[in-house]
Ligand binder design. Structure first.
Ligand code: ADP
Ligand code: MG
Length: 300
């Protein structure tokens, strides 16, 4: 588990992080979403122990991360600006990481060669194209078999096929080994298929933090067609957040579980109805409603 409590970090008086609080449970894939300049890279640099906060706490399983080699040996990451030793090849970096990470898995490294056929492991990483450098970074990070993976906009610059590939490798690790992942993006859509926790970052703060199951259990999208041209009066006590229709098919965004909502609409004798889970994007839009324009702007 990673706990960030009320962290402030300023650069020349400017608060890049302004009381940031977030909790990443063990085994979560935590998406950190926010516009450019929100503080994503800054908080990730704190999580990897590269920066020290001005105030507040950053704990990995209860121990401060900064200047904590034991914590750092359990974490691998992909920073926003890749940095490798001058003229080091992927293979050279593999040897370097093998020396640092007790969990480094040489077999995994050899196996992952198949996943990244375009990366020539003997060429200096700096000579590779941007997309190939990202692939090399993934290859190395996954080979370290870390308990915690910290990824700063990791699929930026990858083509759609490679994006799918790295997400699926990542999901495999989480399923198999319970790796905890923190991944940032400026695009919620990019993360919504992979993350089970999301923090919306705005002006150096987490404006909203939710788990997907928490969210999806609370609101559903009900598609329903009635026998009458006009929809009947809706049942008492149903909380509708949004209504839309296309011809006679009505879509209601309703509070409650799928079973509960269907049971309440059943007495209206619909021609058909189906309660669907919302996408993360829809959840944030409807959950926030008019309440928080800052968050709405980020999500939309
Ligand atoms: P994001 O990754 O969400 O786009 P960053 O964390 O990179 O945002 O930046 C957050 C804010 O902090 C920005 O306004 C940026 O200019 C500022 N900032 C980040 N790093 C530094 C630094 N080393 N020196 C000065 N300002 C910085
Ligand atoms: Mg960034």
């Amino acid at each position: 588990m990673i706990e960030v409590k009320n962290v402030v970090k300023s650069f020349d008086g400017f608060h890049a992080l302004d009381g940031l609080t977030m909790t990443v449970p063990r085994g979560a894939i935590y998406g950190l979403v926010g516009p450019n300049g929100a503080g994503k890279s800054t908080i990730l640099r704190h999580l990897t122990g590269a920066y020290r906060q001005d105030s507040g706490e950053i704990l990995l399983e209860g121990a401060p991360i900064y200047e904590n080699p034991a914590a750092k040996r359990r974490m691998a990451g992909i920073p926003d600006e890749l940095y490798y030793f001058n003229s080091a090849s992927t293979r050279d970096m593999m040897r370097f990481y093998r020396g640092i990470y007790p969990s480094f898995d040489g077999g995994r490294y050899e196996k992952l060669k198949e996943a990244f056929p375009a990366v020539d492991e003997k060429r200096p990483i700096r000579r590779l194209s941007k997309g190939m450098q990202k692939q090399a970074a993934f290859w190395l990070a996954l080979s370290c078999r870390p308990d915690y993976l910290l990824l700063d906009e990791p699929v930026d610059g990858l083509d759609p096929v490679m994006r799918r590939q790295v997400w699926s490798l990542l999901m495999g690790d989480v399923a198999e080994r319970g790796t905890t992942v923190v991944v940032s993006s400026h695009n919620l859509r990019e993360l919504e298929d992979v993350c089970d926790h999301v923090g919306i970052l705005s002006h150096g703060k987490v404006a909203l933090e939710r788990s997907l199951s928490e969210l999806q259990g609370g609101t559903v999208k009900l598609q329903i067609a009635f026998q009458t041209e006009e929809p009947p009066a809706l049942p008492e006590g149903v909380r509708v957040l949004h209504t839309d229709h296309l011809g006679r098919v009505y879509t209601y965004i309703v509070r409650g579980s799928a079973e509960d909502v269907e049971a309440r609409f059943q007495p209206l004798a619909p021609l058909f109805m189906e309660a669907l889970p919302l996408t993360l994007e829809e959840i944030f839009i409807y959950e926030m409603g008019g309440e928080d324009y800052a968050v709405r702007d980020i999500v939309l």
